[in-house]
Design a binder for this molecule. Sequence first.
Ligand code: PMP
Length: 405
Amino acid sequence: MLSSESILQNFPILDRKINGHPLVYLDNAATTQKPLQVLYASRHYYEAINSNIHRGTHFLARLATEAFEQARQTVASHLNADSSDEVIFTSGTTDAINLVSSVLTLSGQIGKGDEILISTLEHHSNIVPWQMLCVRTGAELKVIPCDENGVLDQHAFHELLSNRTKVLALGWVSNAFGTVNPVREMTAAAKKAGALVLIDAAQAAPHLKMDVQSLGADFLAFSGHKVYAPTGIGVLWGRRKVLEDLPPWRGGGEMIKEVTFDKTTYNDLPFKYEAGTPNIEGAIALASALDFVNAIGLDEIYSHENELIEAAADALSDIEGVRLYGPDDRAGALSFAIEGVHHYDLGTLIDQMGVAVRTGHHCCQPLMSRFGITGTTRASFALYNTLESVAALAAAVAKASKMLR
Ligand code: PMP
């Protein structure tokens, strides 16, 4: 277990009392709290170096540019990318996936008869952009089914994969059920079939090491705010050759080499995909968050959280009428329902006891439909949670459930 004292000191928000109770924050899959060093990085940027980047000749512009490009390097080494040119700053995972689906649409390389393969576990942001691509290109969306435990059916996946598959867009970790998909194996199979592969790593980033070279995919997307950084910053990593061959997306400053009224030539990577002033402070704070995570170690974080999830699964299972969703092996999130209790009522009541969880469809309506439910209650864990958080969750759920059943 990680030492909770020294970690908790980094998160002043966790000292808050909610309705007279100590805050038990278990909504980390939605967004994580931010450690002091990330808050300081944001503040330091605005206090000491705020300036627009790249084009300025003055001192602060150089400082801000250096800090922003250093942040890109930090992300690149965190991902073990070949080069920081492959790291594009976006506003988040949603923005990154829309970038890829939009440039693939514009590229003209996808059309009628082609297929886009996703899975039943996907978040809406890895479904809707592909549906929009399908409407615009005439391609067809195919969906890998999952079993009763929320595990993808590998046999069905291999059956669905063919030379018509142009893209496999796959979540690494399910935000709804915590399922960890075998992304390396599935990526290898899709690459063999000739597809491009995008990995939605929004829920992997806070829990797992991400090595884009061993992963073998073409694109990987994640959001800063789920990995202890601010909202409004995210990353699209893309394989250089693939990005170079795709057309630009948003037009504007920064993404150009030369503009005349007749014609524009486009900038090299990564600037080709970063039109306009980026979230400079966000990128710098993201680098600080990754440094924070790496100083603790993702393996340590994963095993700490795993212990908590297992303890939570055990404790919740003792409550009458509880059904847990997802496989035994979960990362980050634990979803459950109580027979005869609406998840919204449960979430509202345990909030009165200081326990913050998420209820509802978790932006996974098709997955909820697959299970014939409208939603679940989801407790999701971060490195600052403790066995006391688990005990508080279980006690609050048991109490609320008695009141509601
Ligand atoms: N994919 C997954 C698996 C997610 O959990 C989320 C956020 N809940 C997203 C994509 C979208 O991330 P964002 O809202 O930060 O763009």
